[in-house]
Design a protein around this ligand. Structure first.
Ligand code: SAM
Length: 266
């Protein structure tokens, strides 16, 4: 796992704007930047160019892209249901803690649902992921020109606006929740890396190398229950023992899906 590994910061033909971006990444908390490649040339690299920011390790690379959120936003704007929103029951003006930010797709959908008066606090334990997603959310409008249909354009606009309501923190969710006041947010949401390898082929798979895999602690769920005014939600694979171990009631729905949502009403 490369979560805390040193990373080389590289820029292609840096102009003033890219130099500013390099400086910005260097200032992000927790990131471990290497000064030069190691003897074997095996260090991961963060490549910054006019085309975007890529985190690379050998032939594999990841970058921020609101793809999944975009498809979901198109459907939501058309009036379709979204299982995450059904589970979280977010409404206008709510505050949600996304305790496992990852690529930020769920956080974007939450920010869309809570509207102008609401907020999303996104927590990510991997420093490089937190920095990558924070940068991606700040520059989400840059990809908008690629939207080639009216539906996509509308959804992209809505997500760009929603992104401004997400605050990203490099943080361990247990520590962060302990620091929060009782009943200070509406909903706390967990989508931890699954205990099985079931998701090897899905959109989360590229996160594996860079992310935190430790199981969700019971004490953390208790802290979430103390912090939330309305509910605590867990996403897990179907038939996962995690729901029972952590005290969540599984919601019905998603008969053909490989995942379920569990809820604790507080
Ligand atoms: C399955 S991904 C979440 C995907 C996310 N829901 C999305 O829509 O993209 C889980 C993420 O939670 C992070 N994580 C795991 N344990 C954590 C902790 N204790 N504190 C903060 N983040 C954590 C992992 O590093 C990983 O990036």
């Amino acid at each position: 796992m490369f979560k805390d590994s040193p990373i080389l910061l590289k820029a292609t033909q840096p102009d003033l704007e890219l130099c500013e971006k390099i400086r910005w990444f260097r200032q992000q908390p927790g990131c471990n930047w290497a000064d030069r490649q190691d003897a074997l040339g095996t260090l991961p690299e963060l490549k910054i160019s006019r085309h975007g920011v890529k985190l690379m390790q050998g032939p594999e690379s990841i970058s921020f892209h609101p793809n999944m959120a975009l498809i979901r936003a198109i459907n939501i704007l058309r009036g379709a249901a979204d299982r995450f929103l059904t589970a979280t029951q977010l409404s206008s003006g709510d505050i949600l803690i996304d305790a496992t930010l990852g690529f930020g797709s769920d956080a974007l959908i939450a920010a869309l649902a809570v509207g102008e008066g609401g907020r999303v606090l996104g927590l990510e334990k991997s420093p490089i992921l937190a920095a990558l997603i924070k940068d991606g959310l700040q520059h989400i409008t840059q990809g908008r020109s690629k939207a080639n249909t009216e539906h996509k354009k509308k959804a992209w606009e809505a997500l760009a606006e929603a992104a401004s309501r997400i605050a990203v923190y490099w943080a361990d969710h247990s520590e962060f929740l302990r620091s929060m006041g009782s009943k200070s947010v509406d909903v706390v949401y967990f989508d931890p890396m699954f205990r099985s390898t079931l998701r090897q082929s899905d959109s989360i798979q590229p996160l594996h190398k860079w992310s935190e895999h430790s199981p969700l602690a019971r004490e953390t769920v208790l802290e979430a229950c103390r912090t939330a005014r309305k509910r605590v939600v867990l996403k897990e694979r179907k038939n996962s023992g995690e729901f029972e171990r952590l005290g969540f009631k599984i919601l019905s729905g998603g008969r053909y899906s490989s995942i379920d949502y569990g809820v604790i009403l507080v």
